[in-house]
Design a protein around this ligand. Structure first.
Ligand SMILES: Nc1ncnc2c1ncn2[C@@H]1O[C@H](COP(=O)(O)OP(=O)(O)OP(=O)(O)O)[C@@H](O)[C@H]1O
Length: 288
């Protein structure tokens, strides 16, 4: 049986103020893997990450990290996690040297040499205040800070959003390097599904606070397909294969959950592969 780095069971959280509920969420992340958390704006990704970090109180459910309870063993767990959230959490007047001073006192395994290595690799000036940094530099600094205490798990909330393709690619390669150690694991939320297609082994897909799918990314991509057809062809397709459909001026597009079966049963229909982005769009915008 695969060893689990993270196990989320029946996680539930309701916000009275916005009527949003994260509804009995279940997913598992094995050691040595990259899990992508996807979903539309407001689907509940950040809420999930905050609950994992015990930054807010859950209503129900359990969260285990490294086999430990995320509330009872919070102190020990946090020593082993590196966090990169979308916004910069450090004071704009701080330099990387100031940040190192603070983090050194927080993390038992803080490694100044490693931090300096990352600063050099990312070409970040150690003595300049963060306010002089570009967005890409700020993200790289967050990543350097998250990695310099030798975490086993990286929790990343939209780490590549707002960055150009070159910087995104550099950042993905840092994550690739990190994951080479089979004890290392990444849980990463992202809107940029192309990045997750490159790096993720597993995908957890949320829609309006509910789980749509959690499993092996390639299984999701291998099983799903898009059929482009007209209304009469659409009627012939057994509804059990149909996930959602979208109707436009040029006919109907159908997301099917078993493209091999559909290709076999309806050889006259054209069944295209579906990307993660298309699968997400059908779920969010399509009709049943
Ligand atoms: N502290 C809060 N109080 C009330 N409602 C909240 C709070 N935080 C988030 N929400 C609501 O909960 C829902 C889920 O928010 P969340 O930030 O988890 O989504 P997300 O999937 O991370 O979205 P995005 O991709 O836009 O970051 C949203 O409708 C949001 O308005």
């Amino acid at each position: 049986m695969e060893k689990l780095c993270l196990e989320v069971q029946d996680l539930t959280k309701h916000y009275d103020a916005s009527e949003f509920s994260l509804d009995h969420l279940n997913f598992k992340v094995p050691y040595g893997s990259v899990m992508g958390l996807i979903g539309e704006n407001g689907a509940g990704k950040t809420t999930t990450l905050k609950l994992i970090l015990n930054l807010m109180r859950r209503d129900a459910g359990t969260i285990k990290l490294f086999g430990l309870d995320n509330i009872r063993d919070e102190g020990a767990i946090k020593q082993q996690i590196g966090v990169v959230f979308d916004e910069n959490h450090f004071h704009e007047l701080f330099s990387p040297a100031d940040i190192a001073k603070i983090l050194r006192s927080l993390y038992q395994k803080w490694d100044d040499n490693l931090f300096q290595q990352y600063l050099r690799r990312f070409q970040l000036p150690a003595d300049k205040p963060i306010k002089t940094y570009s967005r890409g530099m700020k993200v790289k600094l967050s990543i350097a800070s998250a990695l310099a205490h030798h975490p086993k798990l990286l929790l990343l909330d939209e780490p590549t959003s707002g960055l150009d393709p070159v910087v995104r690619d550099e950042i993905l390669s840092i994550f690739f390097d990190f994951i080479q150690d089979e004890e290392h694991t990444i849980l990463m939320s992202s809107h940029i599904t192309g990045d997750l297609e490159k790096i993720a082994d597993y995908v957890t897909f949320l829609h309006q606070g509910r789980l749509v799918f959690s499993g092996v990314k390639d299984d999701l991509l291998d099983s799903h397909g898009i059929v482009k057809c007209n209304a009469s062809e659409r009627k012939r397709i057994d509804p059990k294969w149909i996930v959602k459909q979208r109707t436009g001026p040029f006919g109907c597009e159908i997301l099917v959950n078993n493209k091999a079966a559909v290709r076999h049963l309806y050889p006259e229909l054209l069944v295209d592969n579906a990307s993660l982005e298309e699968i997400m769009l059908f779920h969010v915008k399509g009709e049943k």
